[in-house]
Design a protein around this ligand. Structure first.
Ligand code: IMO
Ligand code: MG
Length: 461
């Protein structure tokens, strides 16, 4: 294993008397994920000097389609396809190093230049034992004696089994956590793995896996073998991003997962383990929030959710099935069928408020073509009380009954539209209703998976 060159230590720190740019853009999901963040980011990333992931891990699945090809991304930022843009994985991301190398090799084989990828040397590593623990905990929660005691908060979470929860827990517990930079510090790596395996073998952790999965020497050898592949990408991304901000270079922050899965503000406990909103950008990327000029909230034209947890507008009928089929609503990461339902504007407005969005992107509008009528949830009834507030705790949300407004449907195929004027009147009414309810302007409408099937509204983003 080679040692880190620490080349960046000889670069001067940025001059703090120069102002930072406030032209940065945040792109975040306002629902339960899979809103189409990857598509929007791919489309606008050539205008930014870096696209920065700040949260989550390989639980995310972002797909980007252009030139007739579909690329699935999990850890690599969706800006990787723009030659002039750096693709940065910040310190707040939990990185599965094997999965990242896999992804880089797949992209390179598809002819994508991945030399622009920069990986923070402070990001935490997801280890094989974290994935095993994730799976073991889920299996235990699925056992009958764990379920049904109080309704809302029992049963498995329905995780992606990518080890996200255990890796973030390890980070918070500190002593046995391994970071990307440790790949270049063999003595630290060896020591941390020894402690981690020792702790886990003493039985504090639920892991149903063969003993070699907690063999520290074996893990050390595996990581040492892949370290040289990640070394060229490792850097201090915090100084890198601050230098860019002082040089007036705007950054784009790519949210992974989505607002209603946020560990603090989402539908707990059916959430992921990171700060998925724009609020997480500061800590996850290491930049001040005031660099953000715009925050774009990505909204699917209907609702989907993968995994367990309450979803007030879920449709368990033919309409739900039809949306799933039209929208090809199967997970990018796990292939699971997504639960589908009407657009929940109570949830979207809550998410928009939390993120402080300055614009909305309405995605997959084309999927709704052919439905006779379109319903949107404008309030809930909870224990006979009508409310337009979103109660994020799963215990309350599971009792929320949606109150709908019904809007006319549109029959036309809209995938060739390139401006709002090309859309049928009913589609425009639908968009106007969303904008009016949320109180934030629509800046982007997607009417098909391809990069070109996009309508930008109201100037540059
Ligand atoms: P993108 O970035 C949809 C969901 C999982 C599960 C819960 C917890 O593609 O929008 P985890 O593995 O994170 O511990 O799982 O969160 N989940 C997502 N659902 N899109 C995602 O990401 C998701 N990331 C996590 O399905 O319910
Ligand atoms: Mg996805």
């Amino acid at each position: 294993m080679t040692h880190h060159p620490r080349a960046h230590l000889s670069d001067p720190a940025p001059d703090l008397t120069r102002p930072i740019t406030t032209d940065c853009l945040a792109v975040v999901g306002l629902q339960w994920g899979d809103e189409g963040k990857g598509k929007v980011i791919d489309r606008v990333s050539p205008r930014y000097d870096a696209v920065v992931r700040y949260n989550g891990g390989a639980n995310a699945g972002h797909s980007v389609v252009f030139d007739g090809k579909r690329h699935a991304l999990h850890l690599v930022p969706s800006g990787i396809f723009s030659e002039r843009t750096r693709a940065v994985i910040g310190p707040g991301v939990c990185v599965d190093p094997f999965s990242l190398i896999d992804e880089l090799e797949r992209l390179a084989a598809a002819g994508v230049n991945v030399s622009n990828l920069v990986l923070s040397d402070r990001a935490h590593l997801v280890m094989p034992y974290h994935k095993q623990e994730d799976a073991s905990r889920e299996a235990r929660l699925d056992e009958p004696d764990q379920q049904g005691k109080s309704g809302a908060s029992q049963g498995a979470i329905g995780t992606t089994r990518r080890g996200i929860g255990p890796a973030y827990a390890e980070k918070a517990m500190r002593a046995a956590a391994v970071r990307t930079g440790d790949l270049l510090r063999p003595e630290v790596l060896r020591e941390r793995l020894r402690i981690a395996c020792d702790f886990k073998k003493r039985g504090n952790t639920l892991i149903d896996a063969p003993p070699e999965s907690l063999d520290a020497d074996r893990l050390f050898d595996q990581l040492s073998a892949i370290a040289p592949k990640l070394q060229p990408h490792l850097d201090d991304t915090t100084y890198l991003l601050h230098t860019m901000l002082r040089d007036g270079k705007p950054l784009l922050f790519e949210g992974a997962n989505a607002t209603l899965l946020d560990v603090d503000h989402g539908t707990f406990p059916f959430v992921t383990s990171s700060s998925t909103t724009a609020l997480g950008i500061s800590s996850g990327a290491g930049v001040p929030g005031r660099c953000l000029g715009q925050t774009l909230g990505i909204v699917k034209a209907y609702s989907t959710r993968v995994g367990a947890g309450p979803m007030p507008t879920e449709l368990k009928d033919d309409t739900g099935e039809r949306i799933r089929k039209n929208g090809n609503e199967f997970g990018t990461t796990t292939g699971r069928p997504r639960r589908c339902g009407w657009l929940d504007l109570v949830a979207v407005r809550y998410a928009s408020m939390l993120n402080g969005t300055t614009g909305l992107a309405i995605m997959l509008l084309d999927v709704l073509a052919g439905l006779d009528e379109l319903k949107v949830c404008v309030a809930y009834e909870i224990d006979t009380l009508r409310t337009d507030r979103f109660p994020p705790d799963a215990y309350d949300l599971v009792r929320a009954k949606p109150i709908y407004e019904t809007l006319p449907g549109f029959a036309e195929d809209i995938t060739a539209a390139r401006s709002l004027d090309d859309l049928p009147a009913a589609a425009r009414t639908y968009l106007d209703f969303i904008e009016g309810y949320v109180g934030v302007p629509i800046r982007f409408v997607s009417i098909g998976p391809d990069r070109e099937q996009s309508i930008e509204v109201g100037g540059a983003m």
